[in-house]
Design a protein around this ligand. Structure first.
Ligand SMILES: [Zn+2]
Length: 435
């Protein structure tokens, strides 16, 4: 009998790292959203240049009021149940994957505006249109009582609260959430090896000598702080010290009502979260470091919110250039780019995949049997295994991938430059839904 060595690859072949832009919708007009995403998601000639065909998604709000701070377009008019003129577009964008994140239910900028009724209405409306979203990011400050998690200022997952809605949200299908700046990291590459300095003096975020010195000092002080706290239990510096041993992209945890959820990390910094900051976040140093570390990065930004208000273009020239650079790395097969929900789903499925191999006659069969414990109840579909890739070090005449004993028909086989065979389940593209 032939010996067969098969490895589950870290990223969809041929990529060596994964990145997405996870933008909060604050301050984005519908007109700018259309211009930005036609440029990102289509291959058409647009006002920002030739479209990049980049599968990058975005977030949205069900509720917002004209005149609110950071107002954007929303599904309903104000906080009412009346559908806005944007609702049909939002539905089409969600179905296409151009929108894949709920940036909470909405922009509740005043006290006592959000209620559980808003959550019920939003979820019923999405369900009525068979629209599923799996990712939630918290938004805003104290008035956004809908926010989730012990690190937020909200009560959305506190069962005793009038604002409780996490039961509805998780039953609807949200599996991943981002809570607060404590889940915002400055080191490049999650699910990759990391050293303490990566969050400070080795971070690609700090380009100028002053920033470099400032954040190096912050790193050193944070380190000293730990010693100081041990001695006197007093803190020298605000914030949490970076722990290089806790660098997972996704953390399994419980909300305050005891329900299981996955919290994810984003890359960035609260000071550098405007659209104009994208070149600071995504540049050659960042992308090369991400490839070198073979890491994941979910980049935190507000793509539709310009820092330089005198410039009325939807994106600055240098932000357009940063996206063009990202498209180059993607097209060269170095960095996998997709929307947030796809990257999170792939990471979760790959990490927990239960699979084995067997040889029948001259055929290697790779059997995927669902997920490992404690996720055995998760029903894995062919959609869920998109991107999953196996490296086969020795050959059989045929290689077959089976999911729950069903042969997967659309797999692709490659051979690399050393003749090794790679089997991959292709990712489905995000297509710009408008003509
Ligand atoms: Zn926000």
């Amino acid at each position: 009998m032939k010996m067969m060595t098969v490895r589950l690859m870290k990223f969809p072949y041929p990529y060596r790292a994964a990145v997405t832009i996870c933008s909060d919708i604050d301050g984005t007009s519908f007109e700018n959203f259309m211009i930005i995403h036609e440029f990102l998601n289509s291959g058409k000639e647009t006002v920002l240049g030739r479209g990049l065909n980049l599968p990058i998604g975005d977030s949205f709000w069900m509720y917002d009021m004209d005149g609110n701070p950071d107002a954007a377009f929303s599904y309903f008019e104000g906080y009412t149940a009346k559908e806005s003129k944007y609702a049909p577009y939002i539905r089409d964008f969600i179905k296409a994957g151009v929108i894949d994140v709920m940036h909470s239910y909405g922009n509740f900028s005043e006290h006592n505006k959000f209620s559980r009724e808003h959550a019920i209405r939003a979820i019923n409306e999405l369900d009525r249109h068979s629209i599923k979203l799996g990712v939630w990011t918290n938004h805003g400050g104290l008035t956004n009582v809908q926010n989730l998690g012990a690190n937020s200022v909200g009560y959305g997952d506190v069962p005793q609260s009038d604002y409780y809605h996490a039961d509805l949200l998780l039953e609807y299908g949200v599996k991943f959430y981002w809570d607060s700046e404590l889940s915002l990291h400055t080191n490049v590459g999650q699910d990759a090896s990391s050293r303490y300095g990566d969050a400070y003096w080795h971070s690609t975020l700090y380009g100028t000598p002053i920033e470099y010195m400032k954040y190096s000092l912050k790193g050193l002080l944070s380190y000293a702080d730990e010693l100081q706290q041990i001695i006197s239990s007093r803190k020298l510096i605000a914030g949490k010290r970076f722990n290089s041993l806790e660098n997972e992209l996704i953390i399994e945890e419980q909300l305050r009502d005891g329900s299981a959820i996955h919290r994810f990390k984003r890359f960035g910094q609260g000071r550098y979260d405007w659209s104009d900051d994208l070149p600071r976040l995504v540049n050659i140093a960042f992308l090369d470091k991400l490839v070198e570390k073979r890491g994941y990065s979910i980049v935190y930004i507000h793509l539709g919110d310009r820092k330089i208000k005198s410039d009325t273009r939807p994106l600055s020239r240098s932000t357009v250039d940063a996206f063009t650079l990202l498209a180059d790395y993607y097209q060269l097969g170095k960095v996998w780019v997709s929307n947030t929900s796809t990257i999170l789903r792939y990471n979760f499925i790959r990490k927990n995949l239960e699979w084995c191999t067997r040889i029948v006659d001259d055929t290697l069969i790779i059997d995927i049997n669902g997920l490992k414990s404690p996720h055995k109840d998760f029903v894995v579909t062919s959609d869920d295994i998109q991107g999953i890739s196996f490296l086969c070090l020795e050959g059989c005449a045929n290689i077959v991938v089976q999911l729950n004993n069903q042969v997967q028909k659309d797999i692709i086989e490659y051979s690399d430059n050393t003749g090794r065979r790679i089997i991959t389940v292709p990712n489905r593209d995000i297509e710009w839904p408008l003509i």
